[in-house]
Design a protein around this ligand. Structure first.
Ligand code: PHE
Ligand code: NA
Length: 446
């Protein structure tokens, strides 16, 4: 009896942790804004296809490596490579993952800081009676103020690293998943409200009627990157969580339930946001500020607006908090593997991420015109290249490792989906996910 109870709770804990990592800014902030920049439905279609063909199977690959290795990502990769008689250099993949999340967390923390600013503003009722243009101008003024941006970025990172250092992430994930249904419900209400506005029809048409002539290799690359980003796949961050996945739990089933939740959160957010965009005659390609300008406008029209808006930003902050904890994990685990204590590792990671994040903070004021590489300023660079190139590249190597390098019985056991499930998964990874990722990466790069 006791044993069943404990297993149930750990199975649940695993799903909670992965959902916490998956649902975050990627769904509510990044998905709408890059869909907006890429013309809508065709991008959405590609993104959903990539989630199914790449994101999901590679997510299973990544988690099963952690589950089979039962160690930190670098150690698991090295250990399993050794077992298979392959090069131990596979461990370096863990290091590459740590570098990827280093870049991602640096801008993730800055944008999460925007949510803190907007939460405070919503609680103060600052948006009441203000037009979309006024809210947009207020947002721009905030971006141009490095002092306020730095404060929020610092606060968010301290919040993240404290949880990481104390090792209480599981507690936070429980809280997160207790409150996640509320976030979901709020998005449902918003999408329901959106259905009553005149922007709803155009938003649906724009999101769901694809114009396939708009598809370029660059669009495909971005859609693929976002499929990895939103599922938290490709940086060995989920590998770390796989290490504590219980023995008897079907990995495909767990992964599918996380992905369904993740995609529906993004769709609800997209419907709500683009209805406002079209109702207010705004530009869908507005960029990173899209969500921060449209949602206050939408909530302002609802009865009890300031209250709902405050609740929304609070829940969003909670969702981004659990994602950022997952983002920090590969770096902290790597430093721990090199002999640092957890607290010290968290402090080192926090400081380094803070420093890199400051370049993103300043990208909205003094560094706005500083083109570091490919004509992009620091924020544009770290919010583009790591999600769009590093994650698919990491995912590709993870997939190759799980489907070609690892001993077959080890993989079969770690996937826990029976021999037929295993064969189907491996065929999909070998003949679809790996070649497709490679082709899209190469086409996009050229
Ligand atoms: N999946 C998270 C989101 O959508 C971001 C993330 C990426 C988290 C990579 C962990 C690893 O917000
Ligand atoms: Na996500």
């Amino acid at each position: 009896m006791n044993e069943t109870l404990e297993r149930w709770s750990t199975r649940r804990a695993f799903i909670l942790a992965v959902t916490g990592a998956a649902v975050g800014l990627g769904n509510i902030w990044r998905f709408p804004y890059i869909t907006g920049e890429n013309g809508g439905a065709a991008f959405l279609l590609l993104y959903v296809a990539f989630v199914l063909l790449l994101g999901l199977p590679v997510m299973m690959a990544e988690i099963l490596i952690g589950r089979a290795g039962r160690r930190s990502p670098m150690q698991s990769l090295g250990h399993l490579a050794g077992q298979a008689g392959a090069s131990r250099h596979w461990r370096l993949l863990g290091l590459f993952g740590a570098f990827t999340v280093f870049c991602i967390l640096s801008f993730y923390s800055v944008v999460s800081g925007w949510s803190i600013e907007f939460l405070v503003a919503a609680v103060n009722g600052d948006f009441v009676g203000r037009s979309a243009a006024e809210i947009g101008a207020g947002f721009d003024a905030f971006l141009a103020d490095p002092g306020r941006m730095t404060f929020n970025h610092t606060l968010f990172l301290v919040m993240t690293m404290l949880v990481v250092a104390a090792g209480v992430a599981k507690g936070l994930e429980k809280l997160n998943n207790l409150l996640m249904p509320m976030l979901y419900l709020l998005l449902l209400v918003l999408a329901g409200y959106a259905a009553t506005t005149e922007g709803f029809g155009p938003a649906l048409a724009w999101l769901f009627l694809p114009d396939l002539t708009a598809v370029t290799p660059m669009v495909m690359l971005q859609a693929m990157g976002h499929a990895f980003f939103t599922l938290a796949v490709g940086a060995c961050a989920l590998m770390a969580y796989g290490a504590y996945m219980p023995d008897h739990q079907s990995l495909p089933r767990a992964a599918v339930s996380v992905a369904v939740l993740d995609v529906t959160v993004a769709l609800l957010a997209g419907i709500a946001i683009f209805s406002v965009v079209f109702a207010q005659g705004m530009d869908p390609g507005e960029g990173p500020g899209l969500m921060f300008v449209t949602l206050p406008v939408a909530f302002a029209e609802l009865p009890g607006g300031p209250l709902w808006l405050s609740l929304f930003f609070l829940l969003l902050l909670l969702a981004t908090w659990t994602s950022s904890i997952n983002l920090a994990e590969p770096m902290v685990a790597t430093l721990q593997g090199w002999g640092l204590r957890r607290g010290a590792a968290a402090a080192v990671v926090g400081l380094a991420v803070w420093g890199l994040g400051m370049l993103s903070v300043l990208s909205f004021s003094s560094l706005a015109e500083t083109r570091v590489l490919f004509g992009m300023n620091p924020f544009e660079l770290v919010s583009t290249i790591p999600p769009e190139i590093f994650l698919p590249l990491g995912g590709l190597l993870i997939a190759i490792f799980a489907a070609w390098v690892m001993p077959e019985e080890t993989t079969l056991r770690a996937l826990d989906a029976g021999p037929n499930g295993f064969r189907a998964w491996r065929a999909l990874v070998r003949w679809v996910s790996i070649p497709l990722t490679l082709v899209v990466l190469l086409a996009g790069l050229i």
